[in-house]
Design a protein around this ligand. Structure first.
Ligand SMILES: [Zn+2]
Length: 459
């Protein structure tokens, strides 16, 4: 990378910070219909910032909030094409009284920018746009072709994104995707997330007698749906914390010794983990460490359970209905549809007479793991090393980022998940913030990334 790009970033530091602060002042809460105008304002802001940076920017209407894109494709057919994804919508700021400074009046304290969306994802998304601007303003070009896609519905399920990306299957053909919407492992310990868990979600509903019954008159003589449900649910794990659904582990790709070594080498304190959660001891699948359980092992969790009388004092009934919501976190190769069917079969098999079982299948997506020795991961590694002064660690994420699966599916590309934020940045919580230093280093890393990616493709 030419020195002038870095110089430009230094010279325009204040202006770039102000760009972020201005975007943070727009309360683009996608979940709250009273912010419809603000959503439009934020989309326009991003479009205009893209244009000023030198991209060809467009606002695309969808059935929901607009998707903003910015392209620069003059690097030529030999240069790689990078698709950068981000989002301009934010989580609701509630509870408001827990914010030290108002969520949409950004405030800088101790080198941290406090505002809703500071890290997730306005700040992280802008690092790439600012890096693009620095290249275009100083050299008149970029070493790669870029397509930036910034949506406004990430926090409400990205309902219109896949349809849009599908419609651009050919136009947006690319070599690699980049997303900064994850976290570093710790302050001064940058990370590349190379694996994500998938998910399946369902609900099981039991109906027994046609009405709530007197437990003195009927108790013991009819199947109680709550008794039945908890017994069925308890059958889903064995005493070693393993899921008992037949075939559940069949497709699971085991962690390699190298990965287990990498995880074990990361600074992690079980004691601090428990202290933070105020629990004494943890349970989980036997034979695996906490990081392994969180990142690389499949799970089954009950998310909610409902039935019978929930009011004050006792009520002597045999309830008519009971239900539970269940999610499984899946690892690569596990098929969410197949496992949903297997889970349903298992529950049907253990459902006793006297209750009728209904089963609702919600969404599902597969887990993903990328090969970190590939050229684009090497490019990202050296870009981060240049900007942060140390190489990133490779980590996985226990959650799911559905857009990564969509990008794989639609464009057949891997995604570099380069997080500049921290897990302690209060994402989705009051007092969300972004370290100014990480904003700057992330921007620099992105600027390096473009030349490193170009070098990898031609070498
Ligand atoms: Zn986000």
């Amino acid at each position: 990378m030419t020195g002038s790009v870095e110089e430009y970033l230094n010279q325009h530091k204040d202006r770039h910070l102000n760009l972020l602060l201005d975007l943070l002042r727009i309360p683009s809460v996608s979940a709250d219909s009273s912010h419809r105008q603000d959503m439009r304002k934020a989309a326009d802001f991003v479009r205009s910032a893209m244009e000023k940076a030198g991209l060809t920017a467009l606002l695309h209407e969808t059935a929901g909030f607009p998707i903003v894109t910015g392209c620069w494709r003059e690097a030529g057919a030999d240069a790689p094409t990078v698709l950068i994804y981000g989002h301009y919508d934010v989580q609701p700021p509630d509870p408001l009284n827990e914010w030290t400074s108002p969520p949409f009046a950004p405030d800088i304290r101790d080198g941290k920018i406090y505002a809703r969306g500071a890290t997730d994802d306005k700040g992280q998304m802008l690092t790439h746009l600012i890096a693009i601007e620095a290249w275009l303003k100083t050299t008149g070009s970029l070493p790669v072709n870029v397509i930036m896609v910034v949506e406004g519905e990430e926090e409400v399920g990205s309902n219109n994104l896949d349809l849009f990306l599908e419609s651009k299957r050919e136009e947006y053909a690319c070599d690699i995707a980049v997303i900064s919407d994850t976290s570093m492992y710790a302050q001064d310990m940058p990370a590349i997330t190379y694996g994500l868990r998938g998910i399946l979600a369902c609900e099981v509903l039991l109906t027994g007698p046609n009405r709530d019954l007197h437990s003195g008159v009927f108790g013991g003589a009819v199947t109680n749906p709550i008794n039945a449900l908890v017994k069925m649910l308890a059958s889903l794990h064995d005493e070693h914390g393993r899921v008992t659904v037949p075939g559940f582990y069949e497709a699971v790709v085991s962690l390699t010794d190298e990965e287990r070594g990498q995880f074990a080498a990361l600074p992690f304190s079980q004691e601090e983990f428990e202290r933070d959660l105020q629990v004494k001891g943890t349970t989980g699948e036997y034979g695996f460490s906490t990081p392994e359980r969180r990142w690389a092992r499949p799970t089954l969790d009950l998310n909610g359970i409902k039935g019978g009388y929930q009011g004050e004092g006792p009520k002597t009934i045999v309830p008519s209905k009971a239900s539970a919501k269940i999610t499984c976190r899946l690892v690569p190769n596990q098929n969410p549809q197949q496992l949903t069917a297997a889970l349903r079969q298992h529950l049907e098999a253990v459902c006793p007479p006297g209750v009728r079982m209904e089963f609702k299948d919600f969404h599902g997506c597969s887990g993903l793991v990328f090969n970190t020795s590939g050229p684009y991961f090497q490019a990202a590694t050296s870009a981060i090393e240049k900007a942060f002064g140390r190489a990133p660690v490779f980590i996985r994420e226990g959650g799911s980022i559905p857009v990564v699966a969509s990008l794989k599916h639609i464009f057949n590309v891997e995604t570099l998940l380069l997080g500049w934020g921290l897990n302690s940045d209060n994402l989705h919580s009051p007092n969300e913030h972004f370290h100014q230093r990480n904003f700057e280093r992330g921007t620099l890393a992105s600027a390096h990334l473009f030349s490193e990616l170009a070098a990898m493709k031609t070498s």
